[in-house]
Design a protein around this ligand. Structure first.
Ligand SMILES: [Fe+2]
Ligand SMILES: [Fe+2]
Length: 648
């Protein structure tokens, strides 16, 4: 209860009137020029005699922003214009004691209502601000904490909890305990003591207050939670109070209802305090001082719970879209990589490495990245760009994509069969020569001639076998010396004449060309096709209507094969033309391509050797030195078991 102080100017004739007031009023003289000192629980009205009192206290009262209403006693009615606007009332002299008491009472009521109006205005402002803050928060956990702390602040609640409605498969709806806050006792002990986790699930039924609210959608307000209405079936669970040395007194439990009417949770507020900042020292103090929730707090809490439900639904929706998209990206990347099992997991590993690099750069407080910061959205942008960087391989023919040797397996088999046919042709040719000689009856010298032909045939067959072996060796994608390439070309022009007199070579000039690729397994045209994956990636990613936060994804992915010195592709960009995120991805991409152990045509390179190769590229001006140094220091390949995780 607030104290009612009646101020009056020192020495004023009204002093005797004040002395005769009922005991609900405290009289207090004010010296001219002094500012009346009021305690936090005091309201004041200034009583004065307009005829004899100095106007100074009046000015003083007015200068408090009209905070102290003035009641002036006057002998004669004044002209309306002479009355100061700050005066609450004018009473004619002499004034009867009951009239003065009523006027004072009304003035104090006026103060109370003005305070309440001010409080309501402030709370509405706060509620608006809360709405804005809630709608801006996307992190669901942070949102719960925000909802509860704001709800407690606006209703002066010492404690509170949030429960969420959940519907497990095949089981009835229930409430899951989500979060608790308490100004007066530490919750850490009670969390670890298992009190809150023991009550982690509450059935949606009439036996608990939260369950009842979730079931019926009604708001429950109890002035004393230990004494619920006799008609109610619910009872409070006092385990927390016993364990924590607390007393749950007043309680306000409101449903969190979405605009479509679904109750998605329950907001439970406990122990309304005379003022927000108050901490209760003991259960006895709570017993004494916790207040029932005033009507306006009840409607504020209901309004906030609805706002919270909308924010929560939005946040969940946002999260589910994000998870859906993440799943879609993941499934798409897995599908693309399944076309080339030898590089499976590459995109996931590159994403892990690049995100680790970006996060390390973001954390750096010294060095070249000290001023660089990536927001969570920008990190997500890097992750998606990395996951999708090779997506354009979808546009590369599969036989090129998975090509491990210079010639496709069927082509090599064709060469073998061609050689075999040629050998049979040669054998037939020499056999026919022998038969013809015998048929002509030229037996003399036949034996010697036949032996010479046999030697010739054996030499030819041996030559063919040697050529086949050379072709087999040249088919491997290892680095080929120049003389070996010349040898292959000579095979393409070495003709053998078969039994019907036709000339054949073991390999065609086109095959010789393919077999004399000096490095790797790809022809120039095939190499161009592989390189085109970057453009396919860009074209594909450009078609996705990315949100504003993710709009750089196509650009970041497009530059992952560009090099700082302009030696990269597809555009030969240089230096700062290449986004930093892409430069990070390039290092991760090359590192993974070198160290991946699942490429049959290329043995995995040990980490040290891979770093040496990257370092050489850096010295050549192809890679970003700062990014490379960060990569070496961070060792992101050790940060998590990405190799096994991404291959599962
Ligand atoms: Fe690539
Ligand atoms: Fe790649």
């Amino acid at each position: 209860m607030r104290r009612r102080v009646v101020l009056y100017p020192e020495g004023s004739p009204v002093a005797s009137l004040v002395a005769g007031l009922p005991p609900e009023f405290d009289g207090r003289a004010v010296r001219p020029g002094a500012v009346p000192a009021l305690a936090r629980n005091e309201d004041a009205v200034l009583l004065m005699d307009a005829g004899s009192d100095s106007p100074e206290p009046i000015a003083m009262a007015a200068c408090r922003g009209g905070g102290i209403p003035v009641i002036a006693l006057m002998a004669t009615p004044p002209a309306a214009v002479t009355l100061p606007a700050s005066w609450y009332a004018c009473l004619p002299k002499p004034v009867a004691a009951p009239v003065l008491a009523r006027a004072l009472s009304n003035a104090f009521e006026h103060i109370r209502m003005r305070g309440e109006a001010e409080e309501t205005r402030r709370q509405l402002e706060e509620l608006n601000a809360i709405g804005i803050r809630l709608s801006a928060e996307r992190d669901v956990d942070a949102l719960f904490a925000l909802i509860l702390s704001l709800a407690r602040a606006i209703t002066h609640s010492d404690a509170g909890s949030i429960y969420l409605v959940e519907e497990p498969d095949g089981e009835p709806r229930r409430l899951r305990f989500q979060l608790s806050q308490n100004d007066s006792v530490s919750l850490a002990a009670t969390y670890s003591g298992g009190v809150l986790t023991a009550a982690a699930h509450v059935p949606v039924n009439e036996e608990s207050i939260a369950g009842y609210v979730a079931l019926t959608g009604e708001t429950v307000h109890l002035a004393d939670a230990y004494a619920p209405p006799s008609s109610a079936r619910y009872r409070i669970n006092t385990a927390f109070d016993r364990h924590a040395g607390y007393r749950t007194k007043s309680m306000l439990v409101v449903p969190m209802r979405t605009p479509t009417g679904d109750i998605i949770g329950v907001l439970q507020l406990i122990n309304c305090k005379p003022d927000r900042a108050r901490r209760f020292a003991s259960p006895e103090e709570i017993e004494r001082e916790a207040l029932p929730y005033p009507e306006r707090f009840i409607s504020l809490a209901a309004s906030l719970a609805s706002q919270a439900a909308v924010a929560l639904e939005n946040s969940r929706l946002y999260e589910s879209v994000r998870v859906l998209f993440e799943g879609f990206v993941s499934a798409s990347v897995t599908a693309i990589e399944s076309r080339d099992p030898t590089t499976s997991g590459h995109s996931f590993r590159v994403a892990d490495l690049t995100v680790a690099l970006a996060q390390a750069a973001h954390r750096a407080e010294v060095g070249p990245f000290r001023d660089l910061r990536f927001s969570p959205d920008e990190i997500r942008e890097i992750r998606y760009a990395s996951l999708l960087h090779d997506f354009g391989k979808v546009g590369v023919r599969e036989d090129v994509l998975v090509k491990a040797k210079k010639l496709p397996p069927l082509r090599l088999e064709l060469i073998r069969q061609r050689a075999e046919l040629l050998k049979r042709g040669l054998e037939l040719r020499y056999a026919r020569q022998k038969v013809d000689r015998l048929l002509k009856g030229a037996r003399e010298g036949f034996e010697a001639q036949a032996a010479m032909w046999d030697l010739e045939l054996t030499a030819l067959l041996g030559e063919i076998d040697n050529h086949l072996a050379t072709v087999g060796a040249a088919n491997e994608p290892a680095v080929m010396p120049a003389d070996a390439a010349a040898g292959i070309r000579s095979i393409a022009v070495r003709a053998f004449v078969d039994h019907v007199g036709e000339s054949h070579t073991i390999i065609t000039p086109e095959e010789a060309e393919i077999l004399s690729i000096t490095r790797g397994s790809l022809t120039r045209e095939e190499f161009r096709q592989i390189q085109s994956h970057v453009l396919h990636t860009f074209e594909f990613l450009k078609r996705i209507p990315w949100t504003k936060e993710l709009r750089q994804i196509p650009e970041i992915a497009r530059s992952h094969h560009e090099k700082l010195n302009g030696s990269g592709y597809p555009e030969g960009r240089r230096g700062l033309q290449i986004p930093l995120q892409s430069r990070m991805m390039t290092v991760s991409d090359i590192f993974d391509a070198l160290t991946a152990s699942d490429r049959p045509y290329k043995a995995a390179v040990p980490v040290d050797r891979a770093l040496d190769i990257l370092d050489q590229e850096r010295k050549d001006g192809a890679l970003d030195s700062d990014v490379f140094n960060l990569f070496v220091d961070l060792k992101p390949w050790n940060l998590k078991p990405w190799e096994s995780a991404s291959k599962s």
